[in-house]
Design a protein around this ligand. Structure first.
Ligand code: ATP
Length: 438
């Protein structure tokens, strides 16, 4: 048996995944990558609505963990780093998964995801496991040789270590403090799958939080709580779907002394959403021959230890969609937090063929557009327009009718309660801000 992580999306568990994938394609959240050329295995493109949702996730994360705190700074490092970084970090040697191959059909699998020693596709015998390095290689410059071999980063974390001294020297941050980064990472996964859950190119939001060794337990605990707050308050995930799994020493990454995986109940099984690891001083020690940090008061030089909360952007996106997807009678509705929604407001003239309504609706649209991502829709009847906005999670629909022309007011309809209220156009912006910030 293959564990469900290996199943192609759709064959897994119930059909919620099928519905979400189909909605993503139909409405422009996520498309199969390079589709016109038959696709490229497990590559996905975020469409016009998807990029908005994804940016909202990243911006909220940055706001919570960088702007709202005094002890964090961000960087945006080059994706391709000097290969010595990966030598020092141990990735060239150790960043691998156990690969087995079927002796008959030659299909390949990650041994640690299999439940039996037989090929899940044809039942034949499997080869002995070989360690398969997940680093994705390329060459810099015109000559394809060992000298010019470089690697796409498999995690954003190493740049925070490599840039550690530059950040300390320029930012005046003192331990405890964190360096964060959002960016792409690449892993030559043996068995990518389940839509955007496991791909070879993905995005991470990572924090390296530098501490004194003696404080690691309390810092770990602080970050455990922070991660819960992010999942519940910013992403609005139902805590019933999230579980902590403390990783056994034998399964932990080679550099970690304690790791908790936050797992989410995906339709294809309970799998990792995020990770929290105590990486000790392993990385800084490997990168810096001399202690890169000096205490301002004691003048003691030392290697700070590090707690690493790590968040996958794509897995956040998937969990948000799965949690938000609801079918209520005839309507499909994405009930995610208004702050995450791709469009915050849709503006409708009640009737398309009444120029005075269309003109007034355009006026309102232009006012709101300065503040929010807004969409204008005058197709079909109002019911269909509501349905269409519910399906993409737009939290507010504003309709301009004949009374609007007399009273300078509109109806605003709430996605979740479907309630409609009349409010003055001059109050719209503040009312919408209040509702988004709840
Ligand atoms: P897994 O056990 O699922 O392979 P991991 O433990 O190797 O994940 P980490 O190295 O902790 O993952 O990476 C940090 C985060 O990056 C993960 O929690 C996840 O959200 C995300 N991530 C890792 N690998 C992938 C991938 N192939 N596709 C999409 N997101 C990923």
């Amino acid at each position: 048996m293959v564990k469900e992580d290996n199943l192609p999306a759709g064959k897994a568990g119930n059909n919620l995944m099928d519905k979400v994938i189909s909605l993503c394609k139909r409405r422009g959240f996520v498309f199969p990558g390079s589709e016109i050329y038959g696709g490229l295995a497990n590559s996905w493109d975020y469409g016009p609505l998807g990029v908005e949702l994804k940016n909202n996730i990243k911006n909220l994360w940055w706001k919570r963990f960088v702007h709202n705190r005094d002890d964090m700074v961000g960087i945006d490092a080059a994706l391709i780093m000097n290969p010595k970084v990966w030598e020092a970090s141990g990735h060239l040697k150790n960043f691998s998964d156990p690969l087995v191959e079927c002796k008959k059909c030659h299909h390949r699998f990650r041994e640690d995801t299999l439940e039996s020693k037989k090929c899940p596709d044809c039942g034949a015998e499997l080869t002995q496991a070989k360690q398969f390095n997940l680093m994705l290689k390329t060459f810099l410059g015109p000559v394809e040789d060992v000298e010019n071999t470089v690697y796409f980063r498999p995690e954003t974390a190493q740049a925070m270590f490599a840039d550690f001294k530059n950040v300390v020297d320029t930012s005046r941050k003192r331990v405890p403090f964190g360096i964060v980064q959002i960016g792409k990472a690449f892993r030559n996964e043996i068995t990518p799958g389940n839509f955007i859950f496991r791909t070879r190119e993905f995005e991470q939001m990572e924090i390296e939080y530098f501490i004194m060794e003696k404080n690691w337990k309390e810092s770990f605990e602080m970050w455990r709580k922070e991660m819960w707050s992010w999942m519940k308050e910013d992403l609005g995930l139902d805590e019933k779907n999230i579980h902590e799994n403390e990783i056994d020493e034998s399964e932990r990454a080679f550099y970690s002394k304690k790791t908790i995986d936050f797992e989410y109940d995906y339709p294809f099984g309970r799998k990792e959403l995020y990770g929290l690891a105590y990486r000790t001083d392993f990385d800084l020690k490997n990168h810096f021959k001399e202690a890169p940090y000096e205490d301002v008061e004691t003048k003691e030089k030392f290697y700070p230890h590090v707690i690493e909360p790590t968040f996958g952007v794509d897995r956040s996106f998937l969990a948000v969609l799965l949690d938000a997807y609801k079918e209520e009678g005839e309507r499909v509705v994405l009930k995610f937090k208004p702050s995450l929604a791709s469009y915050k407001v849709a503006v409708f003239p009640l009737l398309k063929n009444k120029p005075e309504l269309v003109e007034k609706a355009r006026e309102v649209y232009n006012i709101l557009k300065k503040e929010f991502n807004v969409v204008f829709d005058d197709r079909g009847n109002i019911g269909k327009r509501y349905y269409s906005q519910d399906e993409i999670g737009t939290p507010f629909c504003v309709t301009i009718d004949f009374d609007s022309l007399k009273n300078d007011d509109v109806t605003i309809r709430d996605r979740d309660t479907m309630e409609q209220k009349r409010i003055k156009i001059s109050d719209l912006i503040s009312v919408i801000y209040d509702k988004i910030n709840v």
